[in-house]
Design a protein around this ligand. Structure first.
Ligand code: SF4
Ligand code: SF4
Length: 721
């Protein structure tokens, strides 16, 4: 059941099949929406960013001290009667548990939900050796009965409906089951599982944290099964990943404060079980439980030493990175991960289950940053996903042709610009008179017909600069302008409108001609060397204006976010890094810049029209740069009537070249976005990124909808007096 397509083609076939599953999409969508509301409520009055910072730093220091914490834990737990093992590999962990079962005369095992057990395929291993292993979490039991694997870390059977469950139960009991009677199905599960609890000789559980200072384990669950598994049978085996070690109870409580809130939107989960050593069993009988704790390494100590990927071990398995992921919402965990799913799954699969299992799925990330925004451990998931792809490429004897071409072209600005101009000539025969391409030969475009495309301009912005440059009589500020490829070569009019606004606002600008692509497309393809080379070109291009221009303004949210966040980390040497950081600090997006000036008393430049405008928040602006309010303030300040769009911050589905690689996902996300926009009844849809304009305008055009899609610069320019 786990996805492990051999290549992108096979993977895309799988995705298309998943997209046809209306139930799955509806369920995941309903869940995502109710999850976000519940999460918001659960964090009311709590500073999530502050908690995240504290947790991330505590977890980081724990991951750096895994050896020391393991020794401390083992000592304390063994003092309290537990037996502690350490398994280097999945195979070793399975063998240890098999040995414990044999030595304790076990043949019947009950289990509570554990991703670590899924990681090592423990049930399969024990099943082959003749043990009866029964999952006791309701969702896990259901999927065990039908031979599925979990499709979510917290809600393993979210992909099944009540009718599916009724069929599964019917097959299991041989009795007719009424799929409308959920209460009876739950009662059946309770009856069956109670019998298993009573008869089992061993319980196997995972743990959410292992506290070194006391040798205590903490288990967070929502069903009573976890407690029964850990208390009823005479033998308890705890399988726990080494990264779950924490130094003290304080750190465990920090996790506990965030975990249920972020996982399911609960303030606290129903059960939190603390286990310190082999406790008495059967009341006053004098017998003690046999407690075995198996720590799993399976590559963790190696990951912990990696300066970049060590961050992946901070994960507390809340599953939120899947809950908010627009791709997961469409195709579910069986198609968005291997054993571990969601954003963290795309990374961990490489390390725990091998590059070949990750090769196709790791490409399926839009870089929308939604996962990063909610991760309570502060993991930069989208960045690590791209780095994981980089590791996969390193193992290949040849880099893909696409990468080689990209690297060659992007490094040579003149060649790049020359080729863009040539591409225009090729496009010309297919363009309609309004400059949109609606029909292309099928072999080239057959899967891209869900949106019309713009043509490359005849005169890029760099050739228009001389006439477009703002020339205010008295300049209040002088800025440098970073144009970005899409505006330069596809939408130069957006930059021209921005310059008119600058002129009115008393802002003068310079345009360093040697500037080039920001380099984001290279980084997205894991061409780090190229991304670095291009970054250097840009830093040098703007260097001569370093003293007279305090800020560098751009109309492209993706360029801005890439420069701000990624430029400094592209460089290894401290001096280079410092230089990149200095450059990055000057970058400001157009809306924030104009909003600041307008809020300082320049709103009189606009003529209020009261026309209705809805807004699409580009991923790289609202999450990348954390600019959320400025664009909406501007819409109002310019005299428009702002109408909020449902799911304003959800990705439009472009994701740069993602939409070419996974058009089926891109199309669905675009469709959803446009339906939401149409529900507002607004005349204009405005956004802050030329990439989003491309996607949304093309989609609206295809739908034949009269809503006008504009860049913020175009909208504001229309309102100028
Ligand atoms: S990576 Fe972050 S959001 Fe995802 S499961 Fe782990 S802690 Fe939760
Ligand atoms: S960046 Fe977006 S698409 Fe990629 S894993 Fe995170 S949420 Fe999903």
């Amino acid at each position: 059941m786990q996805v492990s397509p051999k290549d992108i083609r096979e993977y895309r076939r799988q995705l298309k099949k998943a997209l046809e599953n209306d139930f799955l999409r509806k369920t995941l969508d309903n869940f995502a929406l109710s999850y976000m509301e519940a999460r918001e409520r659960a964090f009311e009055g709590i500073d999530f960013d502050e908690l995240r910072l504290k947790l991330s730093s505590a977890r980081r220091s724990a991951v750096e001290r895994l050896e020391e914490l393991y020794i401390g834990f083992k000592e304390k737990a063994e003092e309290r009667g537990a037996v502690v093992y350490r398994a280097s590999t999945a195979q070793e962990a399975n063998e240890i548990i098999d040995r414990i079962a044999r030595e304790t005369g076990t043949n019947h095992i009950v289990k509570s939900k554990s991703m670590t057990a899924e990681e090592i395929f423990l049930n399969v291993y024990l099943g082959k050796r003749g043990y009866r292993v029964v999952e006791t979490d309701l969702g896990e039991w259901i999927i065990q009965l039908c031979g599925h694997s979990p499709s979510h870390m917290v809600m393993p059977a979210i992909h099944l409906c009540r009718r599916d469950v009724a069929k599964i139960f019917q097959k299991y009991t041989g009795e007719p089951i009424d799929s409308e009677d959920i209460g009876e199905m739950v009662a059946l599960a309770r009856r069956e599982l109670r019998r298993e609890f009573i008869n089992a000789q061993m319980g196997i559980s995972g743990a959410n944290f292992a506290i070194a200072e006391t040798g205590t384990l903490g288990i967070v669950t929502n069903e009573g099964n976890g407690r029964l598994v850990t208390t009823l049978p005479p033998v308890h085996v705890v399988l726990v990943g080494l990264e779950k070690l924490v130094p003290d109870t304080k750190t465990a409580l920090q996790i506990l404060k965030l975990l249920p809130r972020n996982a399911t939107g609960q303030v606290i989960s129903t059960y939190v079980t603390w286990i310190s050593g082999a406790v008495p069993w059967k009341g006053d009988s004098g017998e003690h439980k046999k407690l075995y704790i198996v720590f799993l390494d399976n590559g963790r100590t190696q990951i912990a030493r990696d300066p970049l990927f060590g961050e992946a071990l901070l994960c507390i398995r809340c599953g939120a990175c899947a809950n908010v992921c627009p791709v997961y919402r469409l195709v579910g965990g069986h198609n968005y991960g291997h054993v571990y799913i969601g954003a963290i799954g795309l990374i961990l699969t490489f390390f725990y289950h091998g590059p070949e299992k990750d090769e196709a799925i790791v490409r399926n990330c839009l870089n929308c940053q939604a996962c990063k925004e909610v991760c309570p451990a502060g993991i930069d998931l989208p960045y690590l996903i791209k780095e994981t792809y980089g590791k996969i490429l390193e193992r290949r004897s040849k880099r893909p042709a696409k990468n080689l071409i990209l690297a060659r072209i992007l490094r040579d600005r003149r060649l790049f610009h020359f080729l863009l101009k040539q591409a225009r000539l090729l496009q010309k025969p297919f363009a309609d008179s309004d400059g949109m391409i609606r029909h292309l030969p099928l072999f080239f475009m057959k899967e891209q017909t869900f949106r019309s495309l713009p043509v490359i301009t005849e005169r890029p912005f760099r050739d228009r600069w001389a006439s477009a440059a703002p020339r205010p009589a008295k300049a209040k500020e002088k800025v440098a302008f970073f144009v970005g490829c899409l505006i330069d070569f596809v939408y130069p009019e957006q930059a021209e409108e921005a310059m008119k606004i600058f002129d009115k606002l008393g802002v003068s600008a310079v345009f360093p001609e040697e500037q080039s692509c920001c380099g984001l497309p290279a980084l997205m393809e894991s061409e780090k060397e190229t991304a670095r080379a291009v970054a250097l070109q840009n830093i040098e291009a703007f260097a001569k204006h370093a003293t007279d221009c305090r800020r560098i303004v751009t109309l492209c949210a993706s360029c801005a976010s890439h420069i701000k966040e990624n430029y400094p980390r592209l460089f290894d040497k401290p001096d280079d890094r410092k230089m990149a950081k200095k450059f990055a600090e000057k970058i400001i997006d157009f809306s924030s810049f104009v909003c600041e000036i307008v809020q300082n008393g320049q709103s009189s430049v606009f003529n209020p029209s009261g026309e209705s405008v809805t807004y699409h928040a580009p991923c790289h602006l609202c999450r990348g740069l954390k600019v959320k309010e400025a664009p909406k303030k501007l819409i109002v300040d310019a005299g428009y009537n702002y109408v909020m769009c449902p799911e304003e911050e959800v990705c439009c589905g472009l994701g740069g070249s993602y939409s070419m690689e996974f058009p089926e996902i891109s199309r669905e996300l675009l469709e959803k976005k446009l339906v939401n926009v149409e529900s507002t009844g607004a005349k204009y849809l405005v956004t802050d990124c030329p990439g989003c304009v491309l996607q949304l305008r093309g989609g609206m055009d295809r739908r034949g909808n009269p809503v006008q899609v504009l860049h913020m610069a175009e909208l504001l320019s229309r309102a100028l007096k």
